[in-house]
Write a protein that binds this ligand. Structure first.
Ligand SMILES: NC(=O)C1=CN([C@@H]2O[C@H](COP(=O)(O)OP(=O)(O)OC[C@H]3O[C@@H](n4cnc5c(N)ncnc54)[C@H](O)[C@@H]3O)[C@@H](O)[C@H]2O)C=CC1
Ligand SMILES: CC(=O)C(=O)O
Ligand SMILES: [K+]
Ligand SMILES: [Mn+2]
Length: 353
């Protein structure tokens, strides 16, 4: 029996609603598989934990998370309790950084049964590879002076190592897909880091044969994501550009509630982390209408990562059958509750067992 030990961090808001449901789906998958089981250790880290303990996680939290084979996270953030930069840097970004989750892989595609807001979405199917450890999300900088004289300085950090690593990951992914890589740049406006980014992209491209490459400024790229998403296969982007681009990717799929992500550790020293692209959605929390697909598709990425690609594909195909049958939450134009979608999925999975 293959056992995968997951550290489960539902976090805040709808994270607490979608994570346990996705775990039920994972258990159903394990039953169908027959030789696979999941063991869960639950962590109540988040904004309520902060209010009680003055920190987003326990002092030994990172060590306890490290003992797992993977981290399954919902969302972090509740600005009514803790300022966002404190909560995200204290949990989500802390894990990404300390566990060297330097790559964030975020697919977007036309999802069966879910109406894209695009008039003509064609059959787009793309993956954004986001550099996940530095770039514009840096803690380097500072604030000085007060009042009208106050100054804030935020430094962007681009290392050759992490930049090249993100690009290598994109090229390798493209080799198993449609062999096309787009680099998201802004070297016409950002004087130092983006020309550097372009140079590393050019250098990396020479190391791979038979891959088409394009370098496109992020503003134009954002527009083309909306008008012609079918043109893209793999896009490599810096931390901030990748963050924004993947919410656009989610938008053109029909809802940010369905987009998944995998935060990957590549050096084997720490577990990887799987979480949907969306946040804690405070505006719909407690209503029972959070779309569970983002968290469930994330579970598919987790299965793939642990070598269970057949099970991952079964999960995503079945999910798309369920949405095609009209089991849709309000964010994608339906009137179903979270639980109705999850129950329909589990029923259908069991019928295939
Ligand atoms: N990775 C993470 O944990 C992230 C955390 N956040 C945090 O989440 C909080 C809210 O941030 P927002 O900017 O409002 O982004 P958000 O993703 O939480 O919500 C944006 C909009 O999408 C909707 N939405 C999101 N997920 C949905 C789902 N599964 N089903 C249906 N509708 C869904 C929300 O209702 C809202 O209208 C903040 O504290 C923010 O810092 C935001 C983004 C990512
Ligand atoms: C924080 C955030 O928005 C993200 O990682 O996608
Ligand atoms: K999330
Ligand atoms: Mn984001």
């Amino acid at each position: 029996m293959k056992k995968i030990k997951l550290a489960v961090v539902p976090g805040d808001g709808i994270g607490v609603e979608v994570v346990p449901r996705a775990l039920r789906v994972l258990d159903t998958i394990a039953d169908i598989h027959g030789g696979l089981s999941f063991e869960y250790e639950h962590f109540d880290y988040g904004c309520d934990y902060y209010l009680k303990h003055g920190d987003m996680m326990a002092a030994d939290g990172m060590d306890r998370l490290r003992a797992s084979d993977g981290i399954f996270l919902g969302a972090v953030g509740d600005a009514t309790k803790v300022p966002d930069h404190i909560s995200l840097w204290g949990l989500l970004l802390k894990i990404r950084r300390e566990f060297e989750l330097e790559i964030n892989v975020r697919p977007a595609k036309v999802f069966k049964g879910i109406q894209s807001p695009l008039l003509n979405p064609k059959d787009f199917d793309l993956v954004v590879v986001r550099e996940n450890s530095e770039g514009e999300y840096s803690s380097v900088g500072g604030r000085m002076y007060h009042g009208d004289n106050e100054i804030a300085i935020q430094n962007n950090v681009f290392s050759k190592r992490a930049t090249k690593q993100a690009m290598d990951h994109a090229f390798k992914l493209a080799e198993s897909r449609r062999r096309h890589v787009t680099s998201a740049t802004k070297s016409n406006g950002i004087f130092h880091s983006m020309p550097f980014w372009d140079e590393v992209f050019k250098e990396t491209a020479t190391e791979y044969e038979g891959i088409d490459t394009v370098s496109q400024h992020i503003d134009a790229l954002a527009a083309t994501f909306v008008t012609h998403p079918e043109r893209y296969d793999v896009i490599v982007a810096s931390n901030l550009f990748g963050d924004v681009l993947t919410d656009i990717g989610a938008g053109i799929m029909g809802s940010i509630g369905i987009a998944p992500s995998a935060n990957l550790n590549l050096n084997g020293k720490h577990p990887s982390m799987f979480e949907p692209v969306h946040g804690s959605a405070p505006d719909i929390v407690g209503k029972g209408i959070a779309n569970p697909i983002g968290q469930i598709w994330t579970a598919k990425l987790l299965l793939d990562h642990h070598g269970e690609v057949a099970m991952g594909n079964l999960l995503l195909d079945t999910m798309e059958q369920v949405t095609a049958e009209g089991f849709l939450t309000p964010d994608v134009g339906g009137d179903k509750q979270t639980d109705e979608v999850v129950e329909a999925l589990i029923r259908k999975l069991k019928s295939k067992a």
